[in-house]
Design a binder for this molecule. Structure first.
Ligand code: HSE
Length: 414
C-alpha cells in the first residue's frame, strides 16, 4: 500500500480525494498498489467532510513522514506551494500538481531538483484540466519536431465569450455564472486578463521546445475590452473571437509567443470549441495538426488528471518519467513588436467615409467590415499583414487625423 497526501482541500483537492476514494479498487488495479490518503493539509476546518481524521494544518507532518511517498499539491498560488513542493522533492518524495502558476514560474528549477533526487514531478492537470496534453507532447509526439502550439486554454474566458456570442449575455453576468460553476480562479482577474492562459502556454512552450519561457516574457492581453460590437464584426468577417495562447518556433531558433483575443475563422477547428471546453492544436512536422479537446476546468476533470499522475508516480518509483526543460539563453523570446500579423480595427471618426480614407492612407489596402445598427461615426476594417511596430505607427497616424481607435484584435492564421 502506498500512502499519499493532498495539500489543499478546495475545488480540485476535494475532487482528488473523491476520485481516489470512489475509484479505489480500479486505481489499485492499474497502479498495482492500493493508494491510501494519509493526510489532507488545509488551514480550514471541514467538520462535515467524509475524510475526518485525515486533516492536518502543519506541513511538517507530511514532510517528515517517510511513509508518504507521493504528494498532490492542489493549493494553487506560488507561496507557500513553491516552498512546500521544493522541500518535498528535496526530501525525495514525488509531487504531482495542478498548479500552473507554480509550473510556469518555477518549472525548470523544480524539474532539476526532481532529476537530481530521482523522483517525479508531474503536472498533467496544470494545462487543459482533464485533457491529456503534457504526456502526449512529451511522449506520444516525441518523434516530431513541434512547430507550433495554439489553443483555447482558459475555460472561464471561453465560457464568457460563448455566452456573449450565443446569448448576447453581459460580460459581468457570464463571469458570475462561471465563478458559480467553479471554473474561475480564486481571483478571476487571472482568467479575464489572460494570466492563466499565459501560464499554460508557457508550460506547453517550455515542454515542446525544451527551454523555459516565463510568463513575464509573454505579451498578454485578456478579454475585458471585447464588446458585443466586436463580436458582430467578427461574425461579418466569418468567424468568432477566442482567447488564444500561441507559440511558434522561428527559423532563427527563437520563439514567438502571445496570449491575445483573436478572430478565428469558422473554418478553423478551434472556432467550434465552446463553453468551458478547451481546444489545443499541436502542429508537428511528421504528424501535421493534432487537436486535443475536452473540459479544461472543473473539479472532477482536473482531479482526474491529478490522480492519473499519482498513479504514474506509484508505477514509476524506480524509473523517472522523462519530463524536463532547461532555462533559456537571453533573447530566446522574440520581441512582440517584431511579430507580423493582420488586425481588425474598429474606430470612430467624423463619419465612416472620412475615417476609411484616413485608414487607407495610414495602412494602405484594407478590407471594410460592416455590421447592422452601427452609428455613422463608426467604421471597421481588417489590414494586410504588418509588424506590430508598423501597426502601432499606422494607428498613431490615424489618431493624428482625428480618428479614435476603439478596438484592435488580431486575425489568427489558424
Ligand atoms: N480558471 C481556469 C480556467 C481553471 O478557467 O480554465 C482551469 O485551469
Amino acid at each position: 500500500m502506498v500512502k499519499v497526501a493532498i495539500m489543499g482541500y478546495g475545488v480540485v483537492g476535494s475532487g482528488v480525494a473523491q476520485v481516489l476514494t470512489d475509484h479505489y479498487d480500479s486505481i489499485a488495479g492499474r497502479a498495482k498498489e492500493e493508494i491510501d490518503i494519509k493526510y489532507i493539509l488545509d488551514l480550514r476546518d471541514f467538520p462535515d467532510s467524509p475524510f475526518q481524521g485525515k486533516f492536518i494544518k502543519d506541513f511538517a507532518v507530511i514532510l517528515n513522514d517517510p511513509e508518504v511517498r507521493v504528494v498532490a499539491e492542489v493549493m494553487g498560488g506560488l507561496h507557500p506551494a513553491y516552498d512546500y513542493v521544493k522541500a518535498l522533492l528535496e526530501a525525495g518524495k514525488s509531487v504531482v500538481t495542478s498548479n500552473k502558476e507554480l509550473v510556469a514560474a518555477k518549472g525548470a528549477e523544480l524539474l532539476k531538483i526532481a532529476q537530481e533526487k530521482n523522483v517525479n514531478f508531474l503536472f498533467e492537470a496544470s494545462v487543459g484540466g482533464g485533457i491529456p496534453i503534457i504526456r502526449p507532447i512529451s511522449q506520444c509526439l516525441a518523434a516530431n519536431d513541434v512547430i507550433e502550439i495554439a489553443g483555447i486554454l482558459n475555460g472561464t474566458t471561453n465560457f464568457i465569450l460563448t455566452k456573449m456570442i450565443r446569448e448576447n449575455m453581459k460580460f459581468e453576468d457570464a463571469l458570475a455564472l462561471a465563478q458559480k460553476l467553479g471554473y474561475a480562479e480564486r481571483n478571476p482577474a487571472a482568467d479575464i486578463e489572460g494570466a492563466d492562459a499565459c501560464r499554460k502556454i508557457c508550460i506547453l512552450a517550455s515542454l515542446a521546445f525544451g527551454k523555459h519561457v516565463y510568463p513575464e516574457q509573454v505579451h498578454t492581453q485578456g478579454i475585458t475590452k471585447i464588446t458585443l460590437e466586436d463580436v458582430a464584426y467578427a461574425a461579418a468577417w466569418g468567424g468568432v473571437i477566442k482567447l488564444i495562447g500561441q507559440v511558434k518556433k522561428l527559423d532563427n531558433g527563437k520563439v514567438e509567443i502571445v496570449v491575445a483575443p483573436m478572430f478565428i475563422s469558422h473554418e478553423s477547428q478551434l472556432s467550434s470549441v465552446d463553453d468551458v471546453f478547451n481546444g489545443i492544436l499541436v502542429r508537428g512536422d511528421a504528424t501535421g495538426d493534432v487537436v486535443f479537446y475536452g473540459k479544461g476546468a472543473g473539479k472532477l476533470p482536473t482531479a482526474s488528471a491529478v490522480v492519473a499522475d499519482i498513479i504514474d508516480c506509484v508505477k514509476h518509483f524506480k524509473a523517472r518519467k522523462y519530463l524536463y526543460w532547461d532555462d533559456a539563453q537571453e533573447g530566446y523570446v522574440s520581441p512582440y513588436e517584431d511579430s507580423v500579423i493582420s488586425v481588425y480595427i474598429r474606430a470612430a471618426a467624423e463619419n465612416d467615409h472620412k475615417g476609411l480614407r484616413i485608414a487607407e492612407k495610414a495602412f494602405g489596402k484594407v478590407k471594410r467590415l460592416v455590421r447592422s445598427d452601427a452609428p455613422e461615426s463608426e467604421f471597421a476594417f481588417v489590414t494586410e499583414p504588418k509588424s506590430v511596430m508598423e501597426i502601432n505607427a499606422c494607428c498613431e497616424a490615424m489618431k493624428d487625423q482625428g480618428v479614435e481607435v476603439l478596438s484592435m484584435i488580431r486575425l489568427s492564421d489558424l
